[in-house]
Design a protein around this ligand. Structure first.
Ligand SMILES: Cc1cc2nc3c(=O)[nH]c(=O)nc-3n(C[C@H](O)[C@H](O)[C@H](O)COP(=O)(O)O)c2cc1C
Length: 164
């Protein structure tokens, strides 16, 4: 599919119940976390998907040492999304506990969750951070009471498709 074709469907899962962000770091560790926010569009004249990860997440450590990530979404994953959004890969193997099978994506080095309907495979090409001082005070107060400002990872969309 064209990168924007599944976007409306993907947005139907956001911010709740969410989508899965899957990352494999340079050491080969894999983790899945639930995300409720993302953006997709054209930057630097290419299709880009931005995901936001707080530094307190185990996923953050992994994104810092990774080249790729995937975003996976589909109907019927409410239980798994709640689980992967409330437990840390630091403490347990969420992939095994959730009963997921990670399969190779279409891009070398990228894994996706089998049976999710919509997939985006991305290469990390930029990272920036949410800057508290430039946020409207109400948003800063509501979303960042402890100063855990998201890192924003920009992924060049390598491919997007429905089903594996
Ligand atoms: C619906 C939902 C959406 C979430 N969205 C995000 C998000 O966009 N960014 C983020 O950093 N955490 C988000 N979280 C919280 C993480 O998924 C949660 O802290 C998770 O346990 C982190 O796992 P990790 O430590 O294995 O990385 C969300 C949680 C839920 C339930």
């Amino acid at each position: 599919m064209k990168y924007f074709e599944g976007f409306e469907e993907l947005c139907g899962f956001l911010p709740m119940p969410g989508a899965f962000l899957t990352v494999k770091d340079n050491a080969g560790n894999v983790n899945v976390m639930t995300i409720g926010w993302l953006s997709l569009g054209i930057i630097w004249s290419i299709p880009v998907l931005n995901v936001l990860v707080r530094p307190s997440r185990y996923t953050y450590q992994m994104m810092e040492n990774a080249k790729y990530f995937s975003v996976n979404a589909g109907p019927g994953f409410e239980k798994e999304l709640a689980f992967c959004g409330s437990h840390s890969g630091r403490d347990l193997d969420k992939i095994a506990k959730a009963g997921f099978k990670l399969v190779p994506g279409k891009t070398r080095g990228v894994s996706v969750i089998e049976n999710c309907g919509i997939f985006y495979e991305c290469e990390i090409i930029h990272k920036t951070k949410i800057i508290g001082e430039t946020l409207p005070p109400d948003i800063k107060k509501k979303y960042y009471p402890s100063g855990d400002f998201h890192a924003v990872y920009s992924g060049k969309i390598l491919c997007s498709y429905k089903h594996t």
